[in-house]
Design a binder for this molecule. Structure first.
Ligand code: SER
Length: 316
C-alpha cells in the first residue's frame, strides 16, 4: 500500500488530464484526487471542485484526504494570458501562493509546479538556451512563471517545502487539447491532417520552438517527482527538452503520411510571442541530476499522433 495521497489541481487541462491517469496507474486510483473548476461528464474517479483562488477549499481538500503531494497545474497560458494581463497575473500568482501556503502549513511532502520556456525573452540566447540564461519574459504568463520559479526556490530555502519544477516546452499529445498557448498549433495540426482538412498556421513557417511529446512530458514529471531529494539541485525550475521543430518541419513530417496535406500561414500575435522564445533548450542539468532523456523525435511523435487520432476519429 502506498502512503502517497495526491491532489491534482487543474486536472481538466491538457497535461492535468493525462497526468491524472498516469498518477492513478502509479499510485492507485484510491490515492489520487483530481480537481478543477468543474467535473467533466466522463471523468471516472475521485474528484473535487476546486477554484484554486480560494485557499479554504484547497485546505479543506488537503485535510479531508490527508494529501501528501500536490500537482498544481492550473494556470492561464501565454496567448490567452495576453487578453487580460492583470487577471492572468492575479490568477496565476494567487493560486500558486494558495497551494504553497497550504502545502507548507499542512506538512505536504512534495509539490509539483510547472514552469515553461515562456520564462525566456530577448536577453536569453535562442539556441541551446542554458539553465541559467537571463529571464526577461515578454508575456504575463512568462512573468508569472519566472516569479513562480523563484517563489518555489524561496519556499524550499525558507521553509524546506520540497517544490519541484520543470520548464515545459510545448506539449503535444493526442489525449487532450491545449488551452490558449502559443505552441497549440502543433497539436491542432495533427487533428486537421487526420480529418483531411486544410490547416491555417498562426506562426511563420520557419519559427522553430522547443516541443515535447506528451509521453515524454509525463515521464519527465514522474521521474522528477521520484528522484531522491538530494539529487534535486535546481530549486527554481529545470530546463527540459524534447525535440525542436518549425511548422514547415512538422508539415514535412505529416506529409510523409499524408502527401496532400494543405497548409496556409496566417501569423498573428502569437508569432510575436514565439519569436522571443528559445529555439532549442540545453537540459543538461536535468539529464545530470535525475537522468532525464527524451524518447520521441518529430517523426516518432507524428506516427503516434496520427495512429491514435485515426482511432479517436474512427477514420482510415
Ligand atoms: N505551451 C505553453 C504556451 O504556449 C508554453 O508553456 O503557453
Amino acid at each position: 500500500m502506498s502512503d502517497t495521497r495526491i491532489l491534482i489541481i487543474g486536472a481538466n487541462g491538457q497535461l492535468g488530464s493525462v497526468l491524472t491517469v498516469a498518477l492513478k496507474e502509479k499510485f492507485g486510483a484510491d490515492n489520487v484526487i483530481a480537481s478543477d473548476l468543474f467535473k467533466k461528464d466522463d471523468f471516472e474517479g475521485q474528484f473535487e471542485i476546486i477554484d484554486a483562488t480560494d485557499i479554504e477549499v484547497i485546505q479543506k481538500t488537503v485535510d479531508q484526504y490527508n494529501i501528501t503531494q500536490i500537482y498544481h497545474l492550473a494556470a492561464i497560458l501565454s496567448a490567452n494570458g495576453e487578453k487580460n494581463p492583470l487577471r492572468t497575473w492575479e490568477i496565476n500568482m494567487k493560486t500558486l501562493f494558495n497551494v504553497f501556503e497550504v502545502a507548507r502549513l499542512s506538512g505536504v511532502e512534495k509539490v509539483f509546479y510547472p514552469s515553461s520556456i515562456a520564462v525566456f525573452g530577448d536577453n536569453a540566447p535562442q539556441d541551446e538556451t542554458s539553465q541559467t540564461a537571463y529571464l526577461d519574459p515578454a508575456t504575463v504568463y512568462g512573468i508569472s512563471k519566472a516569479a513562480g520559479e523563484n517563489w518555489a526556490q524561496y519556499y524550499y530555502m525558507r521553509y524546506g517545502l520540497d517544490v519541484r519544477s520543470v520548464r515545459y516546452p510545448g506539449v503535444i499529445g493526442y489525449q487532450s487539447l491545449p488551452g490558449g498557448g502559443t505552441t497549440d498549433y502543433a497539436v491542432d495540426i495533427y487533428h486537421k491532417a487526420v480529418l483531411g482538412e486544410e490547416f491555417s498556421c498562426f506562426l511563420n513557417e520557419d519559427e522553430v520552438l522547443p516541443m515535447i511529446f506528451m509521453e515524454d512530458a509525463i515521464r519527465a514529471t514522474l521521474e522528477l517527482m521520484d528522484a531522491p531529494k538530494e539529487a534535486i539541485k535546481v530549486r527554481t525550475s529545470y530546463n527540459l527538452a524534447g525535440t525542436s521543430f518549425s511548422p514547415a518541419e512538422i508539415v514535412a513530417s505529416i506529409r510523409k503520411i499524408y502527401p496532400d496535406f494543405k497548409v496556409k500561414y496566417e501569423p498573428d500575435f502569437r508569432q510575436d510571442i514565439a519569436a522571443k522564445w528559445p529555439r532549442t533548450i540545453d537540459d543538461s542539468a536535468a539529464r545530470q541530476d535525475w537522468n532525464w532523456k527524451p524518447e520521441y523525435d518529430l517523426d516518432a511523435m507524428t506516427a503516434t499522433m496520427i495512429e491514435k487520432l485515426k482511432e479517436q476519429y474512427n477514420v482510415q
